[in-house]
Design a protein around this ligand. Sequence first.
Ligand code: CA
Length: 242
Amino acid sequence: MMSANPESTRTARVLVVEDEPKLASLLMDYLRAAGFEASWIADGAAVIDQVRSQQPDLVLLDLMLPGRDGLSLCRELRTFSDMPVIMLTARVEEADRLDGLESGADDYICKTPFSPREVIARVRTILRRVQVQNDRQQDRLSAQSPIRMDVEAYRAYYKGALLPLTPVEFRLLRVLLSAPGHVFTRDQLLARLHDDPRSVNDRAVDSHIKNLRRKLEAVDASADLIRSVYGVGFRLELSGRG
Ligand code: CA
C-alpha cells in the first residue's frame, strides 16, 4: 500500500534563483498563489548551500546570474541531486544554445515574453512527473520489502506486524526506505524530518534511530535493517538478515 508518497501531502517547495528583483517577486507571488512554498535567492554563489540545506522539490534557475552562471550551477547540482531544474533564459537563442549543452536541466523557459502562468504550468507538470516516477519506484521497493507502509493511514508494518511509531519515526523510516542502501547524512535526515531543521539538534536523529531499531527488534530480535555508517550517517539494508 505504498502508492502515495508522504511528501505529496505537504506543500512542494520551489527555490527561485533570479537576480532581477521584480521578476523574482512576480514569480514568488504566482508560485504562492498556486499553492507552493517559494523562496528566493539572487546570488548564484549561494545556490549550492541553499539547495543542500533546504532540499527544495524544484529549482527555477536563471541562466545569467551574478556570482555564478546557471549552467555550471545546474551541472554541480546534478552531481549530488536529481531534483528537477527549470532554467530561465533571457532570450530564445539562449534556450536553443542550452539544448546543445549537457546542462542537466529538465526544462527551459524563455523570459521574453515572460508568462508566469506558463512557469506555473511547467512546474506542475514536472512535479507530477517526478511524483509518478517516485510512486512507481516505491511500489517496486515495497513489493520486495519486509516493511510495508500505508502512507495515508501513517502506519508501518514489519513482517506483517504493526509498528507503534511516532510521526517522526514514521517519516524517518519512510526516508530510509525510499532508497535502501543509500547512506543518508544526519543533516539530510533532519531536513526531511522536521519543517524547521534549525529547531532540532542533529543528535536527535540518533535517538529517533535508536527508538526505531528497538521497535523493529521487538518484532524480530535479529532485525538489523538500519545500519550506522561511521562518520557519515545511516542506511537501510533490506538484503541482509533483516
Ligand atoms: Ca539574470
